[in-house]
Design a protein around this ligand. Structure first.
Ligand SMILES: C[S@@+](CC[C@H](N)C(=O)[O-])C[C@H]1O[C@@H](n2cnc3c(N)ncnc32)[C@H](O)[C@@H]1O
Length: 217
């Protein structure tokens, strides 16, 4: 499938808006007139357009990185399940030395490219399910809102365990979704943020967590 039309579609139909609580970051965001259905009609594999919305987990984790740049400054960061790229963009703005954004959705990859340019940051995109492999060579993995489905949560948690074992710092942002591995988390910060997953944008209490080994919890 050729995705070259996707960037033009996003540019033409998804307005650029400052992110709530983080005016330094602007993203292409779907609105009532974006007509995402027209993209879907061209491609039977078009999935849920997560990349076009604000998710509580990504918002809270991005906010935390901007508030506490020492978390990532000078470090190599992987944004796992990057969607719009919001977390990776915040990491780059906070001073990360290198940022990779991984997602399994090719539409997300196009959106991340556009959103990175819009925010004047450099992000390497990775179109792959990196959770099925070995830990990537990185210092920090940031996971914004990836525990919304039981099967995904299981695979991601196992992968994050392998990352911890290889010395990678794992940070999670999440609005306490059902499949969050809560017993493995240490709360670092909480914010009230809008979440598309709850009544399309209702303010929701969301946490930033350190993922810790089972011996520590
Ligand atoms: C709810 S969205 C969150 C997006 C972004 N992190 C945020 O918080 O705004 C979840 C994203 O994870 C991606 N995803 C799901 N399973 C994945 C996997 N195994 N590896 C990488 N990305 C995945 C989806 O395609 C989607 O873009």
């Amino acid at each position: 499938m050729d995705y070259s039309h996707v960037r033009q579609f996003i540019t033409d139909n998804l307005p650029v808006l400052p992110v709530p609580g983080m005016p330094k970051i602007r993203l292409h965001k779907a609105g009532p007139h974006s007509g995402l259905r027209r993209l879907a009609e061209r491609d039977p594999r078009f999935g849920s357009p997560y990349w076009a919305h604000y998710w509580g987990g990504g918002l809270v984790l991005a906010r935390h990185l901007l508030d506490k740049p020492e978390t990532v400054v000078g470090r190599h960061v992987v944004d796992l399940g990057a969607g719009s790229g919001i977390v990776g963009i915040a990491a780059a703005k906070a001073g990360a030395a290198k940022v990779d954004a991984a997602d399994i959705d090719p539409y997300a990859i196009e959106a991340i490219g556009l959103n990175a340019e819009l925010n004047n940051v450099t992000i390497q995109t990775v179109l792959a399910d990196i959770t099925i492999g070995q830990p990537p060579p990185t210092d920090v993995i940031c996971v914004g809102d990836l525990f919304y489905d039981a099967a995904i949560a299981k695979g991601v948690t196992e992968f994050l365990d392998r990352c911890l074992a290889s010395g990678i710092t794992v940070l999670i942002g999440d609005p306490w979704r059902a499949h969050l591995p809560a017993s493995r988390l240490r709360l670092l910060a909480e914010y009230i943020v809008p979440d598309f997953g709850v009544s399309t944008g209702k303010p929701t209490r969301s946490g930033v967590f350190a993922f810790e080994s089972s011996e520590q919890s």
